[in-house]
Design a protein around this ligand. Sequence first.
Ligand code: PMV
Length: 329
Amino acid sequence: MKATAVAHPNIALIKYWGKRDKDLNLPAVGSISLTLDTIETRSTVVFREDLPEDRLLLNGETASPAQTQRVSRFLDLIRSKAKLDLRAEVSSTNNFPTGAGLASSASAFASLALAGSKAAGLELPPSRLSELARRGSGSAARSIFGGFVEMKTGELSDGTDAVAMPLDDAKGWDIRLVIAVTSHSEKKIGSTEGMEHTARTSPFYQHWVYQSQQDISAMRQAIFSRNFQLMGELAEYSAFKMHAVALSARPALLYWNSATVDLIHYIRNLREQGLPAYCTIDAGPQVKILVREADLQDLLEQLHHLRAVKEVIVTAPGPGARLITEEDD
Ligand code: PMV
């Protein structure tokens, strides 16, 4: 009753911000993402007879009661599907900063969905794994798959059609996503709270939801036609629109720090000088930059001159979640 799985974070190019159902964690808008390589979460789940309660180790240390409770609630979903009444020991390790807008919940719950279901004796097909991962975190549904992935809002009230599906494996596409880390501190307002607050108080929220399908269709076109410029422009547009809606909440949600703003100006200037790079930002201060492989070295050289950038992580399109056998280790 033990299994280990690896999953990679994904970065949304068309952003998810807003829920149509809180309990089932159903998104109000669709989203399109790119799964990354290089950075990953590895989770091991063991169901054991001798445990009085679930245990969670995060990066080798006992997790907080709130984190353990969130994982325990997620394991309850697996236990009820598998008709299992055992507690589990979960160990999750990230090879990148946790909780600072680097999509750690996506890779965490995607790896947990796969390792947990397997350890419980379930063989779930990818769409059901995506549905399960979504219950842990909306963006986790996308990390089940590699390359470009689309998350559907779905229409059914039970959420069985609110799942992600692969769009394009990105093979042969020379794109890179560079993460410029501007702060290592954990964000203060999590995405769920931020989304609820935005939906409740922003006068622009309904319009954000209303327009989202257009953005999804345009991004699909950009991906299928492998049009890097259009993809970059649409990704920036969606990210800034999401932050504009969050900023229009009352009180405003501001996830950026001054280094985030400096970087946005910097990327725009690079573009004016002929280096095609585009940025996207999630519920945190990090700036993720889309660039072609041919321009990567130029971009990295430029970033190294900026004191605002604490760390740079270079990623390329990566694979979906997968089980790790002992021979793989
Ligand atoms: O999956 P969650 O609940 O952490 O929400 C993710 C929200 C954003 O990262 C801001 C956007 C997205 O689509 O990933």
